[in-house]
Design a protein around this ligand. Structure first.
Ligand code: ATP
Ligand code: VIB
Length: 258
């Protein structure tokens, strides 16, 4: 056992409401799907914002819709990505030119057709982060769920590929992240914005033994595997959930419609 990992979705709360003991440095990755409505909030929590290829079209087209009373070009200037990275087959030329003129770094990796744009963005952010800060880094990927199932599975594979970096996949409806094996996990539930539905799912291989507290259907040294038991449609009981397992597990929790 390598010690305790704490988790909190406090990035879904306005900065002023943040009384959480978990303090992380956030990076935001915007994928090519409708922007979740809390995207401007995550933008302000993040210290670096990267668009994955066609994600830049979403920022360009949809950020102004989040602020219908403001002038669209002012909104676009205020929400300028730090970088746009990917294979660049989805970003429109006018969008690329617009952000290039504002000083956004445009990183074309069209020669690499073996990794996804999310993979490229996560690797970029991780490599920019000094080793001393890596344990506090948390990458939030919006638009990662819902839509095409091959993309969703590719996005989940990124969680496994970068299992020692905190990466959270988000949509309007739920979030998913990895709980790495050999840690005990304490999840502080932000019940104003998330829950009550949740799940714990082994990924890649069966998990031999998992134990939880704080759920309606707790696991007690339970084995999970596809074809056998996986914990879906579980329900949060209190403010804290604890998880211990001999395998990496996916944690998922619903996000409330405000
Ligand atoms: N429908 C979706 N569901 C989940 N994630 C998505 C979806 N669409 C895009 N993404 C994510 O956004 C990233 C950028 O999307 P984009 O459409 O630019 O990718 P792409 O590489 O051109 O995809 P493809 O060529 O397979 O259509 C993808 O790598 C993926 O992580
Ligand atoms: C076995 C195998 N399957 C699919 C792809 C295709 N692919 C995977 S990631 C990617 C880039 C998407 O931006 C593409 C085209 C591959 N290379 N190898």
């Amino acid at each position: 056992m390598e010690g305790l990992m704490s988790h909190s979705s406090n990035f879904l709360l306005p900065p002023s409401d943040n009384n959480s003991s978990v303090s992380l440095k956030y990076a935001l990755v915007i994928l090519n799907q409708n922007l979740p409505k809390f995207t401007p909030l995550l933008w302000d929590h993040a210290h670096i914002r990267v668009c994955a290829d066609g994600g830049a079209n979403r920022v360009f087209d949809e950020m102004p819709l989040c602020f219908p009373k403001l002038n669209p070009s002012n909104v676009r200037t205020r929400y300028k990505p730090d970088a746009i990275k990917g294979d660049m087959d989805s970003i429109r030329t006018e969008v690329r030119d617009f952000y290039a003129k504002l000083g956004t770094k445009i990183i074309d990796e069209s020669e690499d057709q073996d990794t996804t744009d999310l993979h490229k963005c996560v690797a970029y952010i991780r490599d920019l982060t000094p080793d001393t800060d890596k344990s506090e880094l948390c990458i939030l990927a919006v638009g990662a769920l819902g839509g095409r199932f091959d993309h969703e599975m590719g996005n989940i594979n990124v969680l496994c590929r970068f299992s020692n970096t905190r990466v959270i996949l988000l949509s309007d409806d739920c979030l998913i992240h990895l709980l790495p094996k050999n840690h005990s996990h304490k999840i502080f539930i932000q019940s104003s914005v998330e829950g009550p539905h949740c799940g714990l799912v082994p990924i890649g291989m069966p998990s031999g033994s998992s134990t939880t507290t704080g759920l309606k259907w707790d696991l007690n040294e339970t084995e999970m595997r596809f074809g056998g038991l996986v914990s879906t449609s579980n329900i949060i009981k209190g403010d804290i959930v604890t998880v211990q397992s001999d395998s990496d597990l996916l944690w998922t929790i619903s996000i409330k419609k405000l």
